[in-house]
Write a protein that binds this ligand. Structure first.
Ligand SMILES: CC(C)(COP(=O)(O)OP(=O)(O)OC[C@H]1O[C@@H](n2cnc3c(N)ncnc32)[C@H](O)[C@@H]1OP(=O)(O)O)[C@@H](O)C(=O)NCCC(=O)NCCS
Length: 186
């Protein structure tokens, strides 16, 4: 039986709109993907040129939506792209998915990730009816670990040599949040 299409709605929060990417977002996303600090814990090094970013955005836009979907995180007033959030490796049988997030360094520590990832989680739990969301996080990625803990993720045993970056393997902390877990009160 054909499956219904996976929705890709715009998700609204008080300050943000999570919306599909547009070609005009490439420069802002390239500033994220080319930043060595922002890419320090990513699964590849910083992008060397804008073409790499444009290719990455095209790849994400054409991924199978039941498994992978990504949103531009845009300022609600100006529509400027501030970063991206995604789910990937979604499994409709186990009703699990992994999430990723990347916020432009100029907008760090303003609660942008907290607000946008909370909206992504609401979508995953309420609309996609997933039960368990995972985030694989480098032990030294304090910002990402703080974010996950704030949003109610619980730390699982470390995953040794879970991430390959070029010819190196790195450990990950596995954070997981169930539909029935709650975010920390702010
Ligand atoms: C991780 C990331 C998305 C956080 O984005 P952000 O918008 O700055 O996060 P928020 O402002 O919502 O902060 C969330 C929590 O993390 C804490 N935090 C953020 N940056 C931090 C840092 N550099 N050091 C320590 N804590 C930090 C905040 O204080 C906040 O916790 P609090 O409310 O208890 O104070 C951002 O740092 C980023 O894009 N990093 C590069 C990409 C990346 O590593 N992605 C994750 C891969 S697993």
């Amino acid at each position: 039986m054909p499956q219904p299409p996976i929705p890709h709605p715009t998700l609204a929060t008080p300050r943000l709109r999570l919306r599909p990417f547009r070609a005009g977002d490439t420069d802002a996303m390239h500033e994220c993907y080319a930043d060595p600090g922002a890419m320090r814990f990513w699964n590849h090094g910083p992008h060397a040129n804008r073409h790499e970013t444009a290719r990455e955005l095209r790849r994400c836009a054409t991924a199978t939506p039941s498994r992978h979907r990504f949103w531009a995180v845009a300022d609600a007033a100006s529509d400027r792209c501030l970063g991206m959030v995604n789910y990937h490796n979604a499994n409709p049988h186990s009703r699990t998915a992994d999430i990723g997030y990347l916020i432009h360094p100029a907008y760090h520590r303003q609660g942008i990730a907290t607000e946008s990832v909370a909206a992504l989680l609401d979508f995953c739990f309420a609309v996609r009816d997933l039960r368990r969301i995972r985030a694989f996080i480098d032990p030294d990625n304090t910002a990402s670990r703080s974010l996950a803990e704030k949003l109610g993720f619980r730390c699982q045993p470390p995953q040794r040599e879970n991430l390959r970056v070029d010819s190196h393997w790195r450990d990950d902390m596995l954070y997981a949040r169930l539909k029935t877990d709650h975010a920390r009160p702010s």
